[in-house]
Design a protein around this ligand. Structure first.
Ligand SMILES: Nc1ncnc2c1ncn2[C@@H]1O[C@H](COP(=O)(O)OP(=O)(O)OP(=O)(O)O)[C@@H](O)[C@H]1O
Ligand SMILES: [Mg+2]
Length: 315
């Protein structure tokens, strides 16, 4: 069964430009689905539609079998949502923030307390449980926002960059917690920029850029489809921008990092390593430049992402 079904979804805020353009994908029940894409790609906008906060401009979206334009209230009762923008009650303690939220969902008091204790211990909030939300650190607030939403069980969780601002330990406990939720049948839809995280957690990922979905697949398949690809990192002592231009002109397929700066290696994803090396060599000879760094490695998820996004960079 599918928890989410998206058909030809389009969203425009101004009636002119589609910031989400013809998306098609589904998320199966119990799946952890990662939504990846650079800033402004359309991730939050998509989440807003899926959580019934805004209406689609076009297309159809079903969440838990219900049309988002008709069953907003019912859907919202069944889902958990953690948005990118922080939200909590400043003038309540951590504990009371959690309790209030639990009560909102009509959960019996004894269960609310049990759940609270579980989450306090899992997310290491014991020391600050009696502290006002206004007086805790930013990362602790983020954790509070997360545990508050986890107070009630939901079949489907939406999380917009849930791990931003968390330290490595909190991040790991959160990811592990998602995994255990998914094992019990909860579907998790989350966005991230962190590919390691997606690799660790997701069954499948969708890669979105400029409102268009360029790939939806399992991490393993995505990696396999880039099996022959290699990532070349190169640094030269003179004029890297010129080398980038040269590579773009002469390379047959493959992509070059568009955001090259002087102090970072130029990154190239290609399945034609010798030919690309030739171009680099020619450049060094002709420009009397020297090589500062060269590395060829197997293409990792990050590079797959970079390639998918890079190939469509100018569209
Ligand atoms: N309320 C709004 N009104 C008008 N334009 C908006 C609004 N919200 C987002 N946009 C625009 O829509 C596009 C997609 O934004 P969105 O917030 O969905 O991106 P995102 O993928 O979540 O990015 P990020 O990684 O930075 O969170 C951007 O160009 C953004 O400027
Ligand atoms: Mg966003």
């Amino acid at each position: 069964m599918n928890s989410i079904e998206v058909r030809n979804l389009r969203v425009s805020y101004d009636g002119k430009k589609y910031v989400v353009d013809d998306l098609n994908f589904e998320v199966k029940e119990g799946e952890i689905f990662g939504f990846l894409g650079p800033n402004g790609a359309g991730k939050t906008t998509t989440i807003r539609v899926l959580t019934t906060l805004i209406r689609p401009t076009g297309g159809t979206v079903n969440v838990l079998g219900m049309d988002v334009t008709k069953y907003g209230l019912e859907i919202r009762k069944k889902i958990g949502v953690i948005l990118q923008q922080p939200s909590y009650e400043w003038n309540l303690t951590v504990e009371n923030n959690m309790l209030i939220y639990g009560t909102l969902w009509n959960i019996p008091r004894i269960e609310v307390k049990k759940k609270m204790e579980e989450l306090i211990s899992k997310f290491d909030l014991g020391e600050i449980r009696k502290t006002m939300a206004a007086d805790i650190s930013i990362g602790q607030r983020r954790r509070l926002q997360l545990v508050r939403e986890l107070m009630h069980d939901s079949k489907l969780l939406f999380l917009d960059e849930p791990t931003i601002g968390l330290d490595p330990i909190a991040r790991r406990s959160l990811l592990t917690y998602f995994k255990s939720l998914a094992k019990e049948g909860t579907t998790v839809f989350f966005t991230t920029h962190n590919l390691e995280e997606a690799d660790f957690l997701c069954d499948r990922v969708g890669i979105i850029n400029h409102g268009k979905l360029y790939a939806v697949d399992s991490i393993d398949n995505l990696k396999a489809s880039y099996e022959g690809e290699r990532t070349i990192e190169v640094m030269v002592d003179k004029d890297p921008i010129k080398l980038v231009e040269r590579l773009k002109q002469k390379m047959d397929g493959g992509v070059v990092d568009p955001s090259t700066s002087l102090d970072h290696p130029i990154k190239i994803v290609t399945n034609k390593v010798p030919e690309t090396m030739e171009i680099i060599n020619d450049y060094i000879r002709q420009e009397a430049s020297s090589l500062l760094w060269l590395n060829v490695k197997k293409t990792e998820l990050e590079d797959v992402f970079f390639k998918v996004v890079g190939e469509h960079h100018n569209e």
